[in-house]
Design a protein around this ligand. Sequence first.
Ligand code: ATP
Length: 437
Amino acid sequence: MSGAHYNHLIALDHVSYILTCRGKLAFPVKILIIGSGGREHAIAWRLAQEGHQIYGAPGNPGIAELGPLLPTTDYLAAADSIEADLTVVGPEIPLVAGVVDEFRAAERKIVGPAQDAAQLEGSKIHSKQFMRDLRIPTARYARVESVEAGIAALADFDTPVVIKADGLAAGKGVIIAQDRAEAEAAVRVLGPRLVIEEFLEGEEVSFIALCDGKNIVPLEATQDHKAVGDGDSGPNTGGMGAYCDGRILPAADAQHVIDTVIGPVVEATRFTGFLYAGLMMTADGPKVLEFNVRLGDPETQPLMHRLDSPFGEVLMASATGNLAGVSLQWKPQPSVCVVLAAAGYPGQIRTGDLITGIQDCGTQVFQAGTKQGPKGLETAGGRVLGVTASGPDLAAAAANAYSAVQKIHFDGMHYRHDIAQKGLKRWGPGTIRTIAP
Ligand code: ATP
């Protein structure tokens, strides 16, 4: 395949890479992190460990422990005010709105895709059309613009069938309908602009690569848990937990995904930043469920726990087109993140519940939906905390995360009890040594 340079193939000496980068950069640098969730806290935690000066916009109480917060959504003004050396964008909304183009016009360094490329996430209709044009493996689909056309199109699909709203929906714009009546109801709820697609069976894998317009640096694969309940029951959420283990995607499969999915996108769009392919590993090979144009949440939390390379330098290399020859090193220990959610999530949530036990739980807790109240830290969003731990093996990593969860409390707190269980079943033996619901 021509065009994109597949630099993951170039086995680089890690030390020489650090020296090369250190030669280019005066460390530490000032890094502005855009966003306010667990993903952004994890990025900030990792970069602060490397000695960088962290700023958050708008940030959250966890990020505030690592550096000043700038309470604004005028991100360029925020970056100007602190003379940021680099800005990293966490969430998709500013990317789809064109923040990267704005920074580049002002000659400020930023990690993320240009607005055009960000439409891969901003519109599912665009994304499916793009995949069809580039022959990227994905589920068969119909695109419709009205409820009537949606109901008519259902005739072309077996059940279960997947109904997706066109625009951004924070993980809640997808309904998997088990029968025709549910499918018609879903078309009415999510319509009129929809993608209707065949249901794919297999294991889901999150595959993320950092890109600089031509070079591709893959991250370790992770597995997310979208449904709210144990055993993938209940409605979909933004993600209830994730784990990172070197066995999720064997090297040959990762290579295949780069050749058939990531490479063609980078070549066609000159993609910069984090390109996330949500994959279904079907009997016919990996197929793309969705593209995201940023790091995943909660995938970033276990990824930051396992990453062993200097993240700040790699981000700077992405922002300046210098990823050629870069590869990332990972600690061998798997990592697990268990999301603690607020009462009612993913429906109508309750906020203002007092959170206790974070300080003494014994592992890293990334904050998401939190705020400082008069009595202390309170819940302020659906996904409240991401309790993240590593261990010598996956079972131990999960056990460590779940034993920390037992020490944390807020009224209405709920979480999945089976994060990483799919990996444990696949690679067995053993189940998570942890606490029953
Ligand atoms: P997010 O905002 O969390 O990225 P999203 O709203 O963009 O999610 P998708 O990732 O496309 O939506 O779908 C959400 C989930 O629905 C997937 O992770 C997967 O579990 C399920 N899903 C989506 N498409 C299919 C499909 N064709 N077959 C089976 N399951 C699917």
